[in-house]
Every structure is written in structure tokens, then in C-alpha cells.
Write a new protein. Structure first.
Ligand SMILES: Cc1cc2nc3c(=O)[nH]c(=O)nc-3n(C[C@H](O)[C@H](O)[C@H](O)COP(=O)(O)OP(=O)(O)OC[C@H]3O[C@@H](n4cnc5c(N)ncnc54)[C@H](O)[C@@H]3O)c2cc1C
Ligand code: FES
Ligand code: FES
Lengths: 757, 465
């Protein structure tokens, strides 16, 4: 089934934040951001700006009635800077004016005097200076110090991993307006309405019940609107609170890129030890996460990096230490994969380096070490229903890996200035919020007297199709047509205390809550039907909008049943509450059972490098993915195709550039390039691994949002392989993203080869 | 007053001529279908169609409304997604996107629908490839594009049998466009041309693809005049061996000129590397020269072609070679009041090879790290003419005079090429910036020089180096 929003989307009628009709008298806000990455604020002069006609108010930190604090996990982030700024673009003031144009113009005229301080942008330097957001964490297993002695091959290396701009095409924004009695309604482009509500309540110093947050849909989120939407919503609400007027704040693209955090860059050192038969016996890594100027979600992201630091492999002896480093960049934040991709990139680099050292194909090492049933993860959980081998075997057979490799060899033999490369990325990704408490959700389901059904949950629709899945689950559970189901906006007054829609858990958590609510309703309705039909409840069911008795149609239709139930004063509303069972994690031991289940898969990517120009194209992407029992294969396939291209973008052309002073140079779409239709792989073929799917996945349909992102990592290694076949003296360099510049320099690197002249 | 037909409705507005069409559509006309993704022409979310009568025929082109100055809308038909929606039915374009699940968050979708619709109206030989080229300026962060490609295939198929003589009516009959499109040409004729004010404007705007990005706020406030109103003749004249184009010619005007393409092998491939369909539909050649960007693609091509400029100022006319236009970073040998009226260059002869190379992070819709053009004529093994130009390696688009002069008259052999590499290194002065390090640009230009050689001698080029 297609996304239920499809017709709205293709006719341009779907409503996004900036499309909400504005109330007469709406004011517009613009943010004044810091010019420097690190500086003391000496003075803020708003006189000139305030004189501009149409400027209503210029808000500074001193105007905040509640707390000047928006930090989610750690309270370390101010809404508006007071005495010091810690990253370029950090909000200092909010200008409220009659039009956006005036607000922006006035924002430019707010004069801030600074005393520049030395910025730190490199995470290793931050660590040296003890600038850490949280104390370091170490995951380990077995006895690593012993293990090295047993290794035949030991290899060290370093890795640099770039960040990634979310580039949701809809920028951050919020629209707040006053209702009566100090109540404020806020439309926000957020993945976390409760976080927005809580933040506003704190900043304004009012109880949460005076703040209503409503979200219809987002024009893309990818994690970038999980935590970072809160600050901008708080600015709009604050402006409404102060002026008593409706206020809209939609970030211009440059501001969005400058102010908001991105996927974390990481720097890492690894040491890997293998036996003669290519078993990884020991793996040690130190990871330096570039957290930016405030904690934001970095601690949780660091944790997920650690969880995924051994990738899809069983490694008996490990020690991985991760530092969350405080730097003068915008606070980095959630992005599809949430630290997982970086953890996996490092282990894949280690494997590639080991393969180069030993003189084997990395695939041989990958295969020799894939997880098996009951293997223990570094974090104590045992692997269950492991599909790692099944995926790689199916992929090798279906896509004829042997032939693929052979044809690449031939191609490379026959072409002097064009070389092909191939790499494989095995995937194992844990599903659940690693913070156990967040694994809960609620659904509010109403059945109206006409038999139509309304569903509200905490899930945010941002293109991933969660609303479609929720409608499907509702229809399936109640035995009615999906046409009767309307999934409503996500609203804090209907569903409270929600977790953000993140960690790929939106459909699982909210779907289970819908399942619980609808089963309770169904139970009640069946009981009414049993009375009506004079039979026992267990003989009855609802199918295709009619009540069936032992599988046979009765005269009682859904609509009639609802009417009868209402006359009998039966509650036609239900609130479902779900909390994922089993999971827990003990941070003092760094052991537990943090994930409900894991998603497996194998991605194969082939590329061709133009060795004259250093450019490349992504040829084919072949994937075997473990969907479980997909409840919506169209949507799930869309998630795979979209995620893998985003993953490829991350390791190839998407390059964040900051100057030494921490100023973002790649601050627009003309300087930060994301894949376009021509860059997309020539083919993406994805087949489903036939599996039953785990119980904890909603209707056994596994979570899909993030996992396929990581297949994209194969593109990096495929290009490395192609470079090597042109320049045999090339030694793998783990410096992502692999831009055409780096490719050309590596193709012709002087110290290793002489092809240059 | 600026008057145009917005979808079905005639609008007349006294809004600032420098306001972006996007702002007008969304916030004055309250049509929220066109979305804002970047306001810089780089995402395509704001794509709309502009219709006008050309040589008696109603023609439509896609543009990014964020960069389209209101002044240029006068007398045109502006079509937003609201203007193509049918009652209770999807158009085949919309249906193809729906059928192929080529929409996820949907924010980019109206832009894709409009670009594809533009393709349906204007394509002469509809193919999947052409349909894809039409959406090359549309960025989708969600779908991964394969579903959009599948939609493109369906769309190309749907217009296979389009009546090329009367496309609009055919498209109406087949449910691509609403009926009101038939009346547009007549209605457009009712709109009086804009009067050009006597007062000197602060700024001349052409396509706006430079000005609306660099200085939108001052363009909004200033008194502007449109180059399309004053800088005509708007034509491409091809005589025996020369080509003369007016400054206000857009990149796509060149790309769509069959006569020019037949005389200039592969020019279409080169021009396809310049920005994207909607930008090429707006960006003018004179704008590309005057913008003086060190990596301007047209500037680099025209330098190798030894283009001559006809510059006018009121009644005064003068000629200068393009080579003499650029004097420093964003410094030009042209006065504020002067306009480029004509650009003239010799068409490559039959014994000539012209080649253009461009490398950027992303092949399409990206600014070059380095671009270069070469014109070479060889007679009996002797290079009788040689011109090499390059962008991204100097403060302005560079004609490599020393290298070019050295090579002309020589044999095409190893010695010549070795010396040429030395001279290239001497002549260029790249700097490290967002498009690459100086070191990279040096290496890249030399690599692209090899690519030029490959064009001349084929795969054996490496024997020359
Ligand atoms: C998204 C995007 C992608 C782009 N990609 C590329 C690319 O790939 N390659 C490339 O080379 N460029 C690229 N550009 C730049 C753009 O193509 C050029 O700037 C364009 O040719 C400018 O033309 P215009 O008509 O839009 O200029 P305008 O913005 O209208 O004007 C630019 C300048 O030229 C002056 N001017 C205009 N006409 C005349 C005239 N006849 N005589 C004298 N002065 C005049 C104006 O006063 C102004 O100073 C891109 C721009 C955008 C927005
Ligand atoms: S808004 Fe991105 S191209 Fe116009
Ligand atoms: S569907 Fe989200 S950007 Fe294209």
C-alpha cells in the first residue's frame, strides 16, 4: 500500500509548517547568531536595529521569564547566549518584526561586540585539553591484553570520519500563537513534540499544560529535528509570550546550516588482531566524537557508536573507548543511524587494513567473523535469530558475487584510465532507544458513531510512512477498511509524554500502542456483538467490516455494531500504552540487553573511477535486507533506497568544511553537495531475506528507517579498491568523505607511486 | 505595474519588481504549493513554469521561482502546481509519481511535478533520459531517486505520441493540463508591454541567477530594469563561420538552437554541465560574463573561442575581446552603465577540435573546481591554432596566453606537451578554497589538459605524456 499522503503530496496540497495559513497580525522572527566560534560577549547594541520601522521587539537572554536552558540530556545549553558564545551562529538575540524581511534586516543591524577566544574544532585537541561533554566510556569483552599474544596479524590505523548536514528540504521552523489565559499553541517542525513542550515550559516558566504542540508532518527530519527543533520553537513561543502576538520563525537555509548541529565527525585509532585463519581475535579502538559546543544528544549517540563498534562481527576480545569531545562547532546531533554508522566505519576500516596487510580480500575476513546464533555482543546481549550469514549467502548467490568480482577484474585489466571497485557491507543494527525509559508510547483511538476511526499517537510523519503503517495496523486490528481510519496530527494534548520519533522505533512503539488500544476496543465490541447475536465471544470476529461467526458472515455490520455499542453506553475510545519488554542496560557494568532485536543485511556496491579526472560514479547497489515480515513493502523499499543513497552521499561528496576558526564554509546548497538524480546509483536492487520476523517488531515487520543507511559505507571501500587497481602502491586511507579531490590526490599520490608525471 | 497571468487569473501588482516570484506566489497570492528549500536555485522545490509566446507559439519553460524577479514575469503565464491540478483526478505526471511511490516527505514533490510537466510540454523527443534531465535541478533528500527514475520512465512513455504541432491541446486532451491553458495565448496578448522608465535604473537584471543569490535584499529595494526589456535583439545569428548571440541569450536558448548545435559538435554535452534545466532557462550569457566568477563555464568556453564583445552605452558602441574584459577578481573593463549587447565568435572549423572539461564535486548542478576549454586546429601534423582557457586557477576566468602561444605552430609531440605542462604551471595561480586546495587544482588542470589531448588523439594520448 502506498503512503496515504501521496495524493496530497503530488498535488501540492499537503500542509507543512510554513503553509499553515497565518492569523492576521502574525509577526516574524529572525535569529541573531554569533559571528565567532568562541568569544566573550562584551556588549549587545540593539539601538540601530530597534529603530527600523516594523521592528516590534528584540529579545535578549534577559527577557527570558523562565530558565535560559534548552539542554535535553544535560542542562548545558542556553537558548540565548549571555556572556560567552561557543560556536559560530549560536543564537544571541531574536528580532521580532512585522515581516520576515524586516526581521532579517534588523537582525543584521544588531551590533554585538566580542572579545575573541581561541576556538577548538578538533576532537583530539579537545580531549587533550580535557574538554569533554561526559566522562569517557569503555565497552569491553574477553581479555584483550592476553589476546594480542595469540594473534598472527596485528594492524593499527587511524580513521577520520566527516559529519553530515541533514539537509531536510524543509528548514527548521515554528509558529506560535496565544490562546486565552496564557495558553500557547505551537506548530513545530519537530520529531519530538514533548521535548518542544518541555523546553518551552521551562523557558517561559509555565506548566506544561499551558503549552500545546502540534505537528502535522515534516518535510524531512532524518534526526535533525529530534532535539534541535526545540530551541527554535522556544524562540517563537517566547516571542509570542512577550508580544502577545502570533509569531512565526522559519529559518533561512543559511541560518539552518550555520546554527544547527549535524552528524558527528569522529576521529579514531584502531588496532586489530587476527589469527592465521582470519578470525578476529582482538579489537581495540579509541573513538573521538566531535560533539560540538553542547551535549545535545551526543551522550546517547556515543553510546550507540559503542554498541555498534564491532559491526556485524563476533569478536571475543575487545576494548573500545569513546570520548565525547566538546568543541566550538554547533552541537552535533542525531542523524539516521545515530552514531552507529561511525562505529561500523571504524571496524570496517580495520578489516580493510588487515586485508591489505595480509593480502586477502576484505570479504574473506568479513565472512569469517560474522555473528552466529548465541554469540555475545560486547554489551552482554546474546545474538538471537541471527541472519548475518543468511544475508551474505543469499546476496552472494543471487547477485553472483564471483562473477561480479571477475567482471571487475576484467574491466580493470582492459581499461587504463577507468577502474572499477567493489565492496561489501554486512549490517547488524540494534533496534530500541538505548535509553530504556524512552521505549514507551501511547495511542488514543476514537471510534465515532458513524464507524469512522480516529487515531492519534506520538509518532511524527516525516516521509517514512509511519502514519500509513499506523492506519494499516488500525484497519487490520479492527477488521475494517483503511478508508475509515484517519491518523491525526501529533498533538501533546491528545497524546502526552511522547518519545521522539527516532531510532527507527516510530512504527514499532506507536504501532504496538495502537495494537493495544484497538484490541481493547475490539474486545469490547465483540462482547456487544455476542450479546446481540446470542453467541459466545470466542466464536466471533470482525472481518471486512462485518461480524463473523466461526468465520461466516452475520447480518451485523461494523457500522451497526458501533451504533449499538454507543446506545449501550460502551466506551468507544481507548488509550493504548506500550512499553517494550525485556530490555535493560546497566551503565555501571556497560552490560545488559539494550535491544529488542537486530536488523541484518548485506549490501554490495560497485563503482567506477575515472582515473584521469578523479571523478567516480556509483554503478550498482545490491542488497539483501532482513525486513522481517514487512507490513508495507512499498514504503520499506523506499526507506532502503533513500537511506542507502544518503549513506553513499555521506562517505563520498558530502563534505562539511569549517575554517580554522570554526566558521562553516559549506553553508549553502551550492557549497554542500548532496546526491542528485545523476549521482544516484545506476541500479539499486534489493531483495528481502525471507524470515518470520521477531515478535517485538510490530506485526513482525522490522524497523526500517536507519539500518539501510549503513550499506552506503561500501561505496567508500569500493572506491578505495578502484584507486588501488590504478595505483598499486596506494595504501588504503580511511579519510571520509572520499571527495573527487581526495580520489585524484590518492590516484596520483607521489610518495607511494611514480605514475604522476 | 507588473501584470501577468498566474495560473488562471490575471494579476496586476505594484509590488517591488525585484521581489522574488516565489515570495509573491506564496505570500501575496497565497498559493503554498511551491516550496522554499534554499532560495538559491539549488534545490528546485520552488519550480514553476513560465509561459510566453515565442514566434507565435506558446512555449513553457521551468524556472526556480526563488530567483525569478517579479519584473521578468510581466506579460507571462506563471504556472504553479495549483495551476495544473485537475478536479478529482491526477495528471499522468502526478499519477506516475504516485504509482512509483516517488514521494516520501513530499516537500520536494511539487517541484518535481512542475519540472516533469515542463518536460511534457516542451520536449521534442520525449525519452526517459530527457525526462530525468528535466528534474536534474530538483533535489530529493528522501527517495534515493530510483522511484523518481521509474516515474520518469512512465512519464516519458505517456507523452510518446504527443502531437508536436499542437502540444498544449494534446496535453489538455490527455489530462496533463487543465482546459484553461487554451485561452492563455489570447489573454496574454491583452497585456500591454512594460514601459521602460526614463530614469536610469540602479541595476540591470537579466536572469537574476546571480543577483538574486548574491544580493536579494538590495535588488528588492533598488530600482531595477530587466535586460530582456532593453538589451535585444534577442537572437542567435549564424553566418558562414561566425556565431553572434545577444547578451540576453540564455544558456538554454543555445542548447535548443538546432542550427548552432549542428555547427558545433558536442556543444550540447558541454552546456548540459552548466547548472540545471531551470537555471539554464534563466541564466544569460552576458550575466555569466559580467558575474566574472573565476569558474564561469561560459566565460571559459568563450575565452577559448576568442569571443568578441559588442558593448553599448546609450548610442555609443565599442568592441573588446573577451580576453580583455577580466582584469582582476570580480574586476571588469566595463563601466557600470555599459551593457554587453552582442557576443561574437568563430565557429570551430572542420579541422578543429573544441573540448570543454569540468570537474566538480557533483557532476551536475555544481560549480567547477576547475574547468577548461581548448580549441585546436591541426594541419599536416602542425598545430596551426591553439587556445587554452581555464577557470578556478586564477582570480578570473583565465586565457592561458603563454601556453597557447607556445603550442601554436608546434608539432603535437612529447616535447611540446612537456613544455606546455611547465607553462601551465607558471601561468596559473590557484588558491585553496571550498572548491579544493591549490595543490589539487594544479594537478586537476593538468589532468584535464590530458583529457583535452585524449579528445584530439584518442586513447593513445598517454604516449604524449
Ligand atoms: C543554482 C545555480 C547554479 C549555477 N551553476 C552554474 C554553472 O554550472 N556554471 C556557471 O558558469 N554558472 C553557474 N551559475 C551562475 C549563473 O549561471 C550565472 O551567474 C548566470 O549566467 C548569470 O546570468 P543571469 O542572467 O542570471 O545574471 P543576473 O543575475 O541577471 O546578472 C548578473 C550580472 O550581470 C549583469 N548583466 C546582466 N546582463 C547584462 C548585459 N547584457 N550586459 C551587462 N551586464 C549584464 C547584471 O547587472 C549583474 O551584475 C549558477 C547559478 C545558480 C543560481
Ligand atoms: S527554493 Fe531552492 S531552488 Fe528555489
Ligand atoms: S520526498 Fe522528501 S525531499 Fe523528496
Amino acid at each position: 500500500m502506498k503512503n496515504i499522503d501521496t495524493v496530497g503530496h503530488v498535488t501540492g496540497k499537503s500542509v507543512y509548517l510554513d503553509d499553515i495559513p497565518t492569523i492576521a497580525g502574525t509577526l516574524h522572527a529572525a535569529v541573531v547568531g554569533s559571528e565567532f566560534a568562541h568569544a566573550k560577549i562584551i556588549n549587545i547594541n540593539i539601538n540601530e536595529a530597534a529603530k527600523i520601522e516594523g521592528v516590534v521587539k528584540i529579545i535578549l537572554h534577559s527577557d527570558i521569564p523562565g530558565e535560559n536552558q534548552i539542554g535535553g540530556i544535560i542542562e548545558d545549553e542556553m537558548l540565548l547566549a549571555e556572556h560567552e558564545v561557543h560556536y559560530q551562529g549560536q543564537p544571541i538575540a531574536v528580532v521580532v518584526a512585522e515581516s520576515e524581511r524586516i526581521a532579517r534586516r534588523a537582525a543584521h543591524m544588531v551590533k554585538v561586540t566580542y572579545e575573541e577566544l581561541a576556538p577548538v574544532t578538533n576532537p583530539r585537541e579537545a580531549k587533550e585539553k580535557s574538554l569533554l561533554l561526559i566522562p569517557p566510556r569503555t565497552f569491553s569483552m574477553g581479555n584483550i591484553d592476553e589476546a594480542w599474544r595469540k594473534c598472527k596479524h596485528i594492524v593499527n590505523g587511524t580513521v577520520e570520519i566527516g559529519g553530515q548536514e541533514h539537509l531536510y528540504i524543509e528548514t527548521q521552523g515554528a509558529y506560535a500563537y496565544p490562546m486565552e489565559g496564557g495558553y500557547i499553541r505551537v506548530h513545530s517542525s519537530t520529531q519530538g513534540p514533548t521535548a518542544v513542550q518541555k523546553t518551552i515550559s521551562k523557558v517561559l516558566g509555565v506548566p506544561m499544560h499551558l503549552i500545546e504542540v502540534d505537528v502535522v508532518r515534516l518535510g524531512g527530519g532524518f534526526g535533525g529535528k529530534e532535539d534541535q527543533a526545540s530551541g527554535f520553537a522556544a524562540m517563537a513561543a517566547l516571542a509570542t509570550h512577550i508580544t502577545g502576538k502570533p509569531v512565526k520563525l522559519v529559518l533561512p537555509r543559511h541560518d539552518d546550516m550555520r546554527i544547527t548541529g549535524k552528524r558527528h565527525p569522529y576521529s579514531a585509532d584502531f588496532k586489530i588482531g587476527l589469527s592465521d585463519d582470519l578470525k578476529i581475535l582482538a579489537y581495540e579502538a579509541t573513538l573521538y566524537q566531535n560533539g560540538g559546543a553542547a551535549a545535545d544528544l551526543s551522550p546517547a549517540i556515543l553510546e550507540r557508536t559503542l554498541f555498534h563498534s564491532t559491526g556485524s562481527y563476533f569478536i571475543p576480545n575487545t576494548r573500545v573507548t569513546a570520548y565525547s569531545c566538546k568543541t566550538n562547532l554547533p552541537p552535533n546531533t542525531a542523524f539516521r543511524g545515530f552514531g552507529g554508522p561511525q562505529g561500523m566505519f571504524v571496524i570496517e576500516s580495520a578489516i580493510a587494513k588487515a586485508a591489505e596487510h595480509i593480502g586477502v580480500d576484505a570479504i574473506d575476513i568479513q565472512k569469517a567473523n560474522l555473528l552466529k546464533e548465541n554469540d555475545e555482543f560486547q554489551y552482554g546481549q546474546r545474538a538471537e535469530n541471527v541472519n548475518a550469514h543468511k544475508c551474505i549467502e543469499l546476496a552472494s548467490n543471487k547477485f553472483n558475487l564471483v562473477n561480479l568480482k571477475k567482471s571487475i577484474e576484467n574491466y580493470n585489466k582492459n581499461n587504463k584510465y577507468s577502474k572499477s571497485g567493489l565492496a561489501i557491507m554486512p549490517l547488524c543494527f540494534g533496534i530500541s532507544f538505548t535509553n530504556t525509559a524512552m521505549n514507551q508510547a501511547r495511542a488514543l483511538v476514537h471510534i465515532y458513531q458513524d464507524g469512522s476511526v480516529s487515531v492519534s499517537t506520538g509518532a511524527i510523519e516525516m516521509g517514512q510512512g509511519v502514519n500509513t503503517k499506523l492506519a494499516q495496523i488500525t484497519a487490520l486490528m479492527l477488521g475494517i477498511s483503511i478508508q475509515r481510519v484517519k491518523v491525526h496530527s501529533t498533538n501533546t494534548t491528545r497524546v502526552a509524554n511522547t518519545s521522539p520519533t527516532a531510532a527507527s522505533t516510530g512504527a514499532d512503539l506507536n504501532g504496538h500502542a495502537v495494537r493495544i488500544a484497538t484490541s481493547a476496543l475490539k474486545k469490547r465490541l465483540i462482547s456487544v456483538a455476542a450479546q446481540e447475536l446470542g453467541c459466545s465471544e470466542d466464536e466471533l470476529n470482525i472481518e471486512n467490516e462485518t461480524i463473523t461467526l466461526n468465520g461466516k458472515i452475520t447480518h451485523l455490520s461494523w457500522q451497526n455494531l458501533i451504533k449499538k455499542a454507543h446506545l449501550k453506553r460502551i466506551a468507544l475510545t481507548e488509550n493504548g500504552h506500550y512499553a517494550t519488554p525485556i530490555i535493560y542496560f546497566d551503565k555501571t557494568k556497560e552490560k545488559g540487553h539494550p535491544f529488542a532485536y537486530h536488523v541484518y543485511g548485506t549490501g554490495i556496491i560497485t563503482v567506477t573511477v575515472d582515473c584521469l579526472r578523479g571523478t567516480y560514479c556509483i554503478d550498482d547497489v545490491y542488497i539483501v535486507h532482513d525486513f522481517g515480515n514487512s507490513i508495507n513493502s512499498i514504503i520499506d523499499l523506499g526507506q532502503v533506497e533513500g537511506a542507502v543513497v544518503q549513506g553513499i552521499g555521506w562517505v563520498t561528496m558530502e563534505e562539511l568544511a569549517f575554517d580554522k576558526k570554526g566558521k562553516l564554509l559549506s553553508n549553502s546548497l551550492s557549497t554542500y553537495k548532496v546526491p542528485d538524480i545523476f549521482f544516484a546509483p545506476k541500479t539499486i536492487e534489493c531483495i528481502a531475506l525471507p524470515t518470520e520476523g521477531p515478535n517485538l517488531a510490530i506485526l513482525r515487520s522490522k524497523a526500517i528507517g536507519e539500518p539501510p543507511f549503513m550499506y552506503g559505507i561500501a561505496a567508500f571501500f569500493a572506491i578505495q579498491n578502484a584507486i588501488k587497481s590504478f595505483n598499486p602502491k596506494h595504501r588504503f586511507k580511511f579519510d571520509s568523505p572520499l571527495t573527487p579531490e581526495k580520489v585524484l590526490m590518492q590516484l596520483y599520490s607521489k610518495d607511494e607511486t611514480d605514475i604522476t608525471k | 505595474m507588473i501584470s501577468f497571468i498566474l495560473n488562471e487569473k490575471l494579476v496586476s501588482t505594484s509590488n517591488n519588481p525585484g521581489m522574488s516570484l516565489l515570495d509573491f506566489i506564496r505570500y501575496e497570492a497565497n498559493l503554498p504549493g511551491a516550496k522554499i528549500g534554499c532560495r538559491e536555485g539549488d534545490c528546485g522545490a520552488c519550480t514553476v513554469l513560465i509561459g510566453e509566446i515565442n514566434d507565435g507559439i506558446m512555449a513553457y519553460r521551468s524556472v526556480t521561482s526563488c530567483l525569478f524577479p517579479l519584473i521578468n514575469a510581466h506579460g507571462k503565464h506563471v504556472v504553479t502546481i495549483e495551476g495544473i491540478n485537475l478536479n478529482n483526478k491526477l495528471t499522468p505526471v502526478q499519477q506516475a509519481i504516485a504509482d512509483n511511490a516517488a514521494t516520501q516527505c513530499g516537500f520536494c514533490t511539487p517541484g518535481f511535478v512542475m519540472s516533469f510537466t515542463g518536460f511534457c510540454i516542451s520536449s521534442k523527443e520525449p525519452s526517459t533520459q530527457k525526462a530525468i534531465e528535466a528534474v536534474a535541478g530538483n533535489i530529493c533528500r528522501c527517495t534515493g531517486y530510483k522511484s523518481i527514475e521509474r516515474a520518469a520512465k512512465d512519464i516519458a512513455k505517456a507523452v510518446q505520441n504527443k502531437d508536436l504541432n499542437d502540444p498544449i491541446n494534446w496535453l489538455i486532451q490527455h489530462g496533463f493540463l487543465p482546459k484553461y491553458f487554451t485561452e492563455i495565448p489570447e489573454r496574454l496578448k491583452q497585456i500591454q508591454p512594460q514601459t521602460i522608465s526614463e530614469k536610469k535604473p540602479d541595476k540591470i537584471i537579466a536572469g537574476g541567477t546571480d543577483l538574486m543569490v548574491q544580493q536579494p535584499d538590495s535588488i528588492y529595494r533598488q530600482k531595477i530594469e530587466s535586460a530582456f526589456n532593453i538589451n535585444l535583439p534577442h537572437e542567435i545569428i549564424i553566418s558562414n563561420c561566425t556565431c553572434t548571440i545577444s547578451g540576453a541569450t540564455t544558456v538554454n536558448d543555445l542548447l535548443k538552437n538546432d542550427k548552432l548545435l549542428s555547427r558545433f559538435p558536442e556543444l550540447d554535452n558541454y552546456l548540459m554541465l552548466v547548472s540545471s534545466e531551470p537555471i539554464r532557462n534563466m541564466a544569460t550569457i552576458a550575466g555569466n560574463l559580467i558575474n566574472a566568477s573565476p569558474i564561469g563555464d561560459l566565460s571559459v568556453m568563450l575565452l577559448a573561442l576568442n569571443a568578441q564583445l559588442t558593448i553599448i552605452n546609450g548610442d555609443k558602441t565599442r568592441q573588446i575581446p573577451l580576453n580583455k574584459l577580466f582584469t582582476g577578481y570580480k574586476q571588469l573593463a566595463i563601466e557600470h552603465e555599459e551593457l554587453i549587447q552582442l557576443i561574437t565568435f568563430e565557429l570551430p572549423k572542420s579541422n578543429a577540435t573544441f573540448n570543454f572539461e569540468k570537474v566538480s564535486k557533483r557532476k551536475h548542478l555544481d560549480i567547477a573546481s576547475v574547468n577548461t576549454a581548448m580549441l585546436i586546429e591541426i594541419d599536416n601534423g602542425i598545430i596551426t591554432k591553439f587556445r587554452l582557457s581555464a577557470g578556478g586557477v586564477a582570480p578570473f576566468p583565465l586565457y592561458l596566453e603563454k601556453t597557447s602561444k607556445y603550442i601554436a605552430g608546434k608539432h603535437l609531440d612529447k616535447g611540446t606537451i612537456a613544455k606546455a605542462f611547465e607553462l601551465i604551471d607558471e601561468e596559473i595561480s590557484p588558491i585553496s578554497d571550498i572548491r579544493g586546495t591549490a595543490e589539487y587544482k594544479r594537478l586537476l588542470l593538468k589532468q584535464l589538459f590530458k583529457a583535452h589531448l585524449q579528445k584530439v588523439v584518442g586513447d593513445e594520448f598517454y604516449k604524449l605524456i
